[in-house]
Design a protein around this ligand. Structure first.
Ligand code: NAG
Length: 130
């Protein structure tokens, strides 16, 4: 195989590898926070970790903590509400920087929704789209 042909094949493979996950995640976004896409399973995983800590009275780097809804979002479930980071990296938050996005749940382990600092001023939140 010639050098230029080889490079063309490599370029095609790289393109395929880059575009396939993008298509896949775009389709399965249950929530979008800024440009971050979250599947139902990542929401479930973040909420499970947050609720487990809430129930046991423990925290990871101060999370979960009560979310007071100063923004006045009209959540589908009643409060009190608690917020726990949901990570765009895909893993479940354990410590360190919490990023911009949060899952909000109540004391009955009901999902209220996802909120984000992205696009909001100061410490305010915006609702993620679903
Ligand atoms: C996520 O779960 C909700 C509630 O079960 C469902 O309505 C929605 O279609 C799911 N979204 C995706 C992208 O799977």
């Amino acid at each position: 195989m010639q050098h230029t042909q080889f490079l063309a094949v490599v370029a095609l493979l790289a393109q395929a590898a880059l575009s396939f996950p993008t298509l896949k995640t775009t389709r399965s976004c249950a929530y979008t926070c800024g440009s971050n896409c979250y599947t139902n399973s990542s929401v479930t995983a973040a909420q499970a970790e947050g609720y487990k800590l809430y129930k046991s009275g423990n925290t990871n780097d101060d999370y979960p903590h009560q979310y007071h809804d100063y923004e006045g979002f009209n959540f589908p479930v009643s409060g009190e509400y608690y917020e726990y980071p949901i990570m765009s990296s895909g893993g479940v938050f354990t410590s360190g920087s919490p990023g911009a996005d949060r899952v909000v749940f109540n004391g009955q382990d009901e999902l209220a929704g996802l909120i984000t600092h992205t696009g909001a001023s100061g410490d305010d939140f915006k609702e993620c789209t679903s």
